[in-house]
Ligand binder design. Structure first.
Ligand SMILES: C[S@@+](CC[C@H](N)C(=O)[O-])C[C@H]1O[C@@H](n2cnc3c(N)ncnc32)[C@H](O)[C@@H]1O
Length: 274
């Protein structure tokens, strides 16, 4: 196994354990920095987990879904979801953001959750059934190779997962591929201040704990722009470690040049014919 594969396997094992604990009615993580959300589980502060959701949103969810919440933000609060849209949640965990999104896009919309961990997928399916949402699909796979066709999604959300990827460029390229032109990204993630080196990020927390693998703000912006996004913004919301923040990352997929050209050409072409 390569180092990247070993790291991914370590992440998978850790979150499988968290899912089993949440399914048994316990807290998903211990207070040892071994996964995202350990702090919220201990109830010491609201940097991670269900404390980042409004009381109204939490009332909409089964208790097991809130217990399994291991995010560092609330992407459903930042991504403007509209009726009948298709939403994809990368690293959907216990399903909290998929369930909330499914309600927002209504019965004619679709909410996909993608996760590589069987135990999380099983928990998410149980939680969605308990929440009574039918317009959800949980897919097994990795976010570096999204099992959906090109230009099939209106909005990509994610909550504290991209930092766990061992190939972030592949993730951003895949997001661009599956989004329709003009599609939106609204992601919560841990992001480092630009002056922190990768070594300094590692000193502040573990990789599986969503700290060591975090991109810096300028790395995120450059990565999204290179993948074909515009109107990129990274807004820090709360500090999770010294110089490291829960952040809201937003961007729009650049419309295809042909599509833009077509909309300009079309009226003239129509006038000149028929
Ligand atoms: C920190 S938890 C967040 C779960 C959920 N988004 C939430 O807010 O509760 C990370 C989740 O991402 C999944 N994950 C991590 N890396 C992944 C990858 N490369 N591909 C697919 N899923 C991944 C894990 O299995 C886990 O369920």
């Amino acid at each position: 196994m390569s180092t990247a594969e070993e790291l991914r396997e370590q992440v998978r094992r850790r979150y499988a354990e968290a899912a089993r604990a949440a399914a048994a009615g316990g807290c998903g993580c211990n207070d040892d920095g071994s996964c995202c959300g350990n702090i919220a589980c201990e109830g010491e502060n609201g940097s991670f987990g269900d404390a980042l959701y409004s009381a109204e949103q939490r009332r909409e969810l089964p208790e097991a879904a809130t217990l399994a919440s291991l995010g560092c933000g609330n992407p459903t609060a930042v991504a403007e979801l509209r009726d009948e849209e298709t939403v994809l949640d990368l690293g959907s965990g216990g399903g909290i953001d998929v369930i909330l999104s499914a309600k927002r896009v209504g019965p004619n919309g679709i909410a996909y959750g993608l996760d590589m961990t069987d135990e999380m997928l099983a928990l998410a399916r149980e939680n969605a059934a308990a929440a009574g949402v039918k317009n959800v699909h949980f897919l097994k796979g990795v976010i570096e190779q999204i099992p959906l066709s090109a230009e099939s999604v209106d909005v990509v959300i994610s909550n504290c997962v991209i930092n766990l990827s061992t190939d972030k460029a592949a993730v951003l390229t895949e997001i661009a591929r599956v989004l329709k032109p003009g599609g939106r990204v609204g992601v919560s993630d841990v992001v480092a201040e630009d002056h922190l080196t990768p070594e300094q990020r590692s000193e502040r927390g573990s990789y599986v704990g969503c700290i060591a693998g975090a991109l810096s703000r300028s790395e995120y912006v450059a990565g999204l722009e290179a993948a074909g996004f515009e109107q990129v913004s990274v807004e820090f919301t709360h500090e999770v470690a010294d110089g490291m923040h829960g952040a809201i990352v937003k961007a729009i997929k650049v419309s295809r040049p042909q599509a833009r050209a077509l909309s300009v050409i079309e009226p003239a072409a129509r006038a000149g014919c028929c």
